[in-house]
Ligand binder design. Structure first.
Ligand SMILES: Cc1cc2nc3c(=O)[nH]c(=O)nc-3n(C[C@H](O)[C@H](O)[C@H](O)COP(=O)(O)OP(=O)(O)OC[C@H]3O[C@@H](n4cnc5c(N)ncnc54)[C@H](O)[C@@H]3O)c2cc1C
Length: 269
């Protein structure tokens, strides 16, 4: 894990990208380790008399040209509402970079990236990174309704399979249903040794994708969004049950990215 440090860094922009979703762009401190897909930061967003635990958010982008990093976040409660009020030149207090990133696919594998809800940021970051390394991923993004999908330009992410649960945009259904159809139509579900899945989204989605990956004999890497206390490995608040002698793993330090076969899914959903 890269060394973690605290930084006070200015906001470059903070704009709405979908219903209840914002994209925050921060100046990236030159002395800080470069963000990679799957890593996250925590933000201390306490203003005034409200003091909150730092909140974790996955990186959604890093741009070397202007030395900036981004997150895509959903308005949920106090911390994200405070964050949405931040304006350019306001300062943000971050701890970064945290966690383990997505392992990059082997050269002869075909990466399939699947995002649901707030999992969209790290998946788009991985897509951009793979494309920059001349690997064409297939990206599937799911939301409840059309308004929950951020812009997904084909020139940046290739031809994205978008799906909505209410059918208001793209395929009707969940991201895992779209994944299942994609695997069937590309006839790789029975001979899929060279495919690899990368997923981020709500836990039921990850558990369903894990079962599908096992059926198809595909390796799946999942980024978990467990609620966290300290986010630096001290409090055990984010521990999940894993298979094997260790029994528990901390999502903040051993994760948030895991091979889906290491998670004991019976205890998560
Ligand atoms: C490693 C990691 C990466 C994350 N990346 C992102 C990201 O890229 N974008 C993003 O929008 N969010 C992300 N989250 C979730 C984010 O941390 C929470 O949405 C945020 O802390 C909510 O804070 P709040 O004070 O606004 O809401 P709160 O008042 O704390 O919570 C409001 C509601 O959201 C639910 N909630 C809070 N945290 C989570 C969570 N982690 N998972 C599921 N439900 C939760 C609560 O149960 C409650 O119902 C990530 C979480 C983790 C652990």
């Amino acid at each position: 894990m890269p060394s973690v440090a605290r930084y006070l860094t200015p906001v470059l922009s903070n704009r709405s990208v979908a219903d209840d979703f914002y994209e925050l762009q921060l100046h990236w401190p030159p002395e800080a380790a470069i963000p990679r897909p799957g890593l996250f930061l925590t933000i201390r967003s306490a203003d005034g008399s409200v003091r909150l635990l730092r909140r974790p958010f996955a990186f959604s982008r890093y741009d070397r040209e202007d030395n900036s990093a981004r997150i895509i976040y959903k308005l949920r409660g106090t911390a994200t509402t405070q964050l949405a009020a931040k304006r350019p030149f306001d300062t943000i207090d971050i701890l970064a970079p945290l966690g383990t990133g997505f392992p990059l696919p082997e050269p002869d594998t075909r990466p399939i990236l699947v995002a649901g809800g707030i999992g969209v940021g790290p998946i788009l970051f991985l897509a951009r990174t793979l494309i920059a390394h001349a690997t064409e991923p297939r990206v599937i993004v799911g939301a409840r309704t059309a308004g929950g999908l951020p812009p997904l330009p084909a020139e940046e992410y290739g031809e994205v399979i978008a799906c909505t649960e209410d059918g208001s945009y793209g395929h009707r259904g969940t991201a895992v249903e779209a994944l299942s159809s994609y695997l069937e139509t590309t006839s790789i579900s029975n001979n899929s040794g060279e495919s690899v899945l990368y997923l981020c989204g709500p836990e039921p989605m990850l558990a369903a994708a894990h079962r599908l990956a096992i059926e198809c004999g595909i390796t799946a890497y999942v980024a978990l969004e467990q609620t966290m206390g300290c986010a630096i490995g001290a409090c055990m608040g984010c521990a999940v049950r894993v298979r094997g002698p260790e029994k528990y793993a901390r999502v903040c330090t051993e994760g948030p990215v895991f091979d889906s076969r290491t998670i004991d899914w019976r205890t998560t959903t």
